[in-house]
Every structure is written in structure tokens, then in C-alpha cells.
Design a protein around this ligand. Structure first.
Ligand code: AQP
Length: 334
């Protein structure tokens, strides 16, 4: 069966190891299975749900596109485009917002986390962002969405919206109900400084994350300084409980070695945290440093990147505009 893959990354700068392991690495694998049709979107409209410096936004869009390409996404095989260049996304989001229920959005934990204690001051965009995400996905008849575990709840909401639309307008299967594709051997990559927070672009501490553009020395230093604890290397999964920083380091290790946690723990048996950190640094330097170099190389040619995004937006527009016109017809607007 041909899978239709759609996923997006926000151009909020500092793309990191969590974005790579949770999402982008998988994008490349899916693309390289020739049976799949892949669309990868730089979701700039999502990024402005929190303030973005207008002088940096365009640069960050290019940097995200460059990261996709540096990680192996091939613009001749996959569509790469920028969300705001395809107006159907905003139009469909409004319509789907009218289908969605407040109660559904009120359950979204990411809003609660990102809005923090002062919900009243969060933007309306941040609150309704999962509806825009649903529009992104549904416009392309997406069958599978590769995302990090943190986006699972938004995917479930997207499925609810699609089903409600199909039911309300008696259009069975018109909006395709997508499946999430989530990495199995870890849930989320966490901050190197606090294993209870996810590794995030917006964490003010650069030491909390491995950026995809970090140099060899930066990678080695950050891993060396990553928080551990005073106990020994765990021998079993049970011993990982309540040790979030150790759990995180072992999950990072096992996601690169493609082993499950149990196998990794066996391999690491008798080793020190410093041995583990050396192993992780070696793997990261080998896999991440070349990506960073490629990103920097690609960023030198702005015209090339702008052209890729333009060509992608023409292709995406053809698909999305047709779908939004069908949606408008179904609900009686045209
Ligand atoms: N720590 C993570 N572990 C695993 N997957 C992650 N993703 C993000 N952080 C982790 C996955 O990366 C994809 C793109 O994420 P995004 O840029 O759209 O937004 P985000 O999830 O809000 O990422 P950040 O880094 O936390 O950005 P900021 O700080 O700007 O909000 C998604 O598939 C996500 O699951």
C-alpha cells in the first residue's frame, strides 16, 4: 500500500537531537522506502503562536529546509514547502475549527505546558494550534504522520476532527483518518540538564540540547556535562525508574544503536557513566557533525533553498487547494 506521509517542523531555530531522533531521521527512512509519497512542511504559521523575531523568521525557515535536506530528504523525491505559502492551510483550519469542540482542545497537555501558569496571557493561536495541525495533515489525504511522542495527543485530536467532519456531512472516508508513526525505543528525548523536561529549541540553556549544528567539541562538552546521578549503571529497566537523566542517556544510546533498552542495558553492564558518555559522544560526532556541516554549506546558497521551497509550495498548493475547494463544497460554501 502506498503510504501518504505528512509531517512538519517549526522554524524556531536550534533544531536539536530530539527533533532529529523523534521526527526527521524517520522522515528520511520513510522517504527512502520508494512506496511512500512524502510531504515535509516548515510550519511557520505554527511557530508564530509564540512571538518570533520577524528578522529571524525567514532565516529560520531556510535553516529548517536546509536541515531537512542535510538529514537526507531529497527534494526530487519529497515535497518540501513552507506552510504560509499555501493558503489552504489557514482556510481549512478555520473550517475545521468550527467542527472542533472546546472540550477537546481543553484536554491538550502541550497547551497547558507551553502556556504555563498564566494561561490568560497565552495567544489564541497557541490554543487552537492543534486544529491548524489537523488541517495540515487532512488536506493531503495523509495516511501516516511521523511525529515525536509529544505530538501523539494532537494526532488523536486530528483523527477526531476528521471523523466528526465525515459524520456531520455524511461523507464516509472523505477526510482520511491518519495513523501516527512514533518511535518505539524511546518516548521523548529529554533535556541534558533536567531529565524531566523535554529537549526543546526554546530552552534558554544551550547546554540542555545537542543542536544539529553543534561542532565536535560542543557535542563532546555537552555530553560530558550532561547530568547523571551518584548511583551505578542500572542493570534492568526497573532500575531506571525515577532516574530520568540516566534513562534519557540510555535511550539516546539505544536509539542510535537500534537496540531495545534491555539489550542496551546488557551491553552497558559494568560500564561507568563516563564510558556511556564517551560512547554517546562518539556516535553523535559520527552522525550529527556531518549533518551540521551540510546545513552550514546549504545555508550559503539562499537562492537554492528558496527555490526548493517555491517548487514545493507549487506542488503542495495543487493538492491542498483542490481539497479545500471540495471541503467548501461539502459544507455548502460554494
Ligand atoms: N524532545 C523531543 N523528543 C522527541 N521528539 C521531539 N520533537 C520535538 N522535540 C522532541 C519532535 O520534533 C518534531 C518537530 O517539532 P516542532 O519543531 O514542530 O515543535 P516542538 O515539538 O514544539 O519542538 P520543540 O523543540 O520543543 O520546539 P519549541 O521549543 O519551539 O516549542 C515533532 O514531531 C516533535 O514531536
Amino acid at each position: 500500500m502506498t503510504k501518504k506521509i505528512f509531517s512538519g517542523v517549526q522554524p524556531t531555530g536550534n533544531l536539536h537531537l530530539g527533533n532529529y531522533l523523534g521526527a526527521i531521521k524517520n522522515f528520511t527512512k520513510l522517504q527512502n522506502d520508494n512506496k511512500n509519497n512524502c510531504i515535509f512542511c516548515v510550519v511557520d504559521l505554527h511557530s508564530i503562536t509564540v512571538y518570533q523575531d520577524p528578522k529571524l523568521l525567514k532565516k529560520n525557515v531556510r535553516e529548517t529546509a536546509a536541515t531537512f535536506i542535510a538529514c537526507g530528504i531529497d527534494p526530487s523525491k519529497s515535497i518540501i514547502f513552507n506552510q504560509s505559502s499555501v493558503p489552504a492551510h489557514s482556510e481549512a483550519a478555520w473550517i475545521l475549527g468550527c467542527i472542533s469542540r472546546m472540550g477537546w482542545l481543553n484536554r491538550m497537555t502541550q497547551f497547558k505546558e507551553k502556556a504555563g501558569k498564566d494561561k490568560e496571557k497565552a495567544s489564541i493561536g497557541l490554543y487552537v494550534y492543534p486544529i491548524l495541525m489537523a488541517a495540515d495533515i487532512l488536506l493531503y489525504d495523509t495516511t501516516h504522520v511521523p511525529v515525536g511522542n509529544d505530538q501523539k495527543q494532537h494526532l488523536e485530536l486530528c483523527r477526531d476532527i476528521a471523523q466528526k467532519f465525515n459524520n456531520d456531512f455524511d461523507k464516509k472516508d472523505f477526510l482520511k483518518v491518519p495513523e501516527p508513526l512514533i518511535q518505539e525505543n524511546f518516548s521523548r528525548i529529554m533535556s541534558l540538564k533536567n531529565g524531566l523536561n523535554k529537549m526543546s529549541k526554546s530552552d534558554p540553556s544551550d547546554a540542555s540540547r545537542i543542536n544539529l549544528t553543534d561542532t565536535r567539541d560542543q557535542i563532546i562538552n555537552k555530553i560530558k556535562k550532561a547530568k547523571t546521578d551518584n548511583s551505578f549503571m542500572p542493570e534492568s529497566i526497573i532500575e531506571l525508574k525515577n532516574r530520568p537523566e540516566i534513562n534519557n542517556l540510555i535511550e539516546i544510546y539505544s536509539s542510535f544503536t537500534d537496540e531495545d533498552l534491555e539489550k542496551s542495558l546488557k551491553n552497558l553492564s559494568g560500564k561507568s557513566f563516563s564510558d556511556l558518555k564517551n560512547l554517546i559522544s562518539e556516535i553523535l560526532v559520527e552522525e550529527i557533525e556531518p549533518i551540521g556541516k551540510k546545513i552550514n554549506e546549504l545555508l550559503k546558497d539562499k537562492d537554492y533553498l528558496d527555490n526548493i521551497l517555491l517548487e514545493g509550495s507549487v506542488k503542495a498548493n495543487n493538492i491542498a487547494d483542490k481539497k479545500v475547494q471540495e471541503i467548501k463544497k461539502i459544507i455548502g460554501l460554494t
